[in-house]
Design a protein. Sequence first.
Length: 484
Amino acid sequence: MNQVLNTINGQQVEPTNGQWLQNIEPATGSEYGRIAGSGADDVNLAVEAAEGAFSAWSSMSGSDRGDCIHRLADAVEANLDDLARLETIDNGKPISLSRSLDIPRAVTNLRFFAEASLADRTEEYETGDVALNTVLRQPVGVVGLISPWNLPLYLLTWKIAPALAAGNTVVAKPSELTPVTAARLGELSIEAGFPAGVLNIVHGTGPSAGEAIVSHPRIKAISFTGGTSTGAHIAETAAPHFKKLSLELGGKNPNILFEDADLESAMATSLRSSFANQGQICLCGSRILVHRSIQERVIESLVEGARNLKIGDPLDESTQQGALISSSHRDKVASCVDSAREEGGEVLCGGRCPPSLPDRCENGYFYEPTVITGLDMEAKTNMEEIFGPVVTISPFDEEEEAIDMANATRYGLSASLWTRDEARARRVSERIEAGTVWVNCWLLRDLRVPFGGVKHSGVGREGGEEAMRFFTEPKTICQARSAT
Ligand code: NAD
């Protein structure tokens, strides 16, 4: 049986409480391994190890830290096929996606921040001829990193890399639903010669291992990606400790198609932004807002595209839609579609589990790509995050109305808009309440730019210098000029 062990102080160790969680393969519904069900004692051991490693790691030159992180990137790259397979088995996503997106992006995350560790971020300000202010950027200390299941290694390395590059030591907890590539990363870090205690990875549930990290008095900062209600709970727990907090939360992103859009390109991308990773990407455009004059063409194209997506065994190279993460999540998605029907929505395609699947996948957690029309913006289906292969299409007549509809939810993570009119693109982008607006594209990411959400989609930004700022504390040294 496969075992997911903790990485603590440079060693692969079992949980001290002897508790284990089942690891289920979403594509088959079968148990295929067990996961350390760690608790507060394991988190304590990890914190002690991270504290022990902090002094040496934080005083290393940026270039030496960068070399270490590059060695980890080399190891991930050398094991790309193996890691992609592990990710697909653990998560249910198509192997083509793990191989082209998830694991390569983990390599890029590590390399990007390995380079970022080279820069000297010290700033100096002269106060006339009275004083010199020097602003140091010092690592925070031991930091806690908590990540979700939808892009497991991709999002975990997106946190680990800047935290380490800035000189912190880490206690990380991946999702208990997809821990396998994180455990492998722990092994690779040992093989890559990471100093013991610099990168600790503790597995377990949110209420157990996660809560122990968030409430640990000696963990100085928490970087969390996950659901909005979990984020609210984490903020409450962390507040009395005055921890630095970065929260990347849910979304209900609008995808706006104006009448002058390049429809071929818009529809090819909209099919992806609706259903990539079975719609389980926080940036998916789950609300398609379309100018009434092109509504029929958009519906026809999206429904045809959705029907043609090949659902099947995620390990099959030709599969385009894999399994959802768990039976409870598949049931949640199905109940959201049922409630859309009750609200008066018309389900144009999908809205059910696929009637036939390869034998191996008979008991897997699959759901057909689903397109719904006929709901107004206040409908629950248009307000709440579903996080599955479900999109709604709603018409608008005026630009102003499209903006109001786009901003009508409590979320504000990202938006896409499609138009050939550059002035309109700029005008509308400025008024959309979101951390990122894509114009005539989707999911194009430059790792230097800030990434995050507004409203209930989060607090703070990741990416580039924003991440390096989060993982450092500024210290001002104000030195008086000596009078001569
Ligand atoms: P989740 O909130 O259930 O879990 C995320 C992580 O938090 C997991 O590791 C979990 O074990 C841990 N956790 C749960 N309860 C905890 C607690 N009390 N204390 C500490 N940790 C706890 O989210 P999920 O279901 O894994 O992920 C899906 C959600 O993540 C969606 O809402 C999605 O939009 C969001 N997401 C956001 C982004 C972004 O960048 N904004 C990216 C990916 C996913």
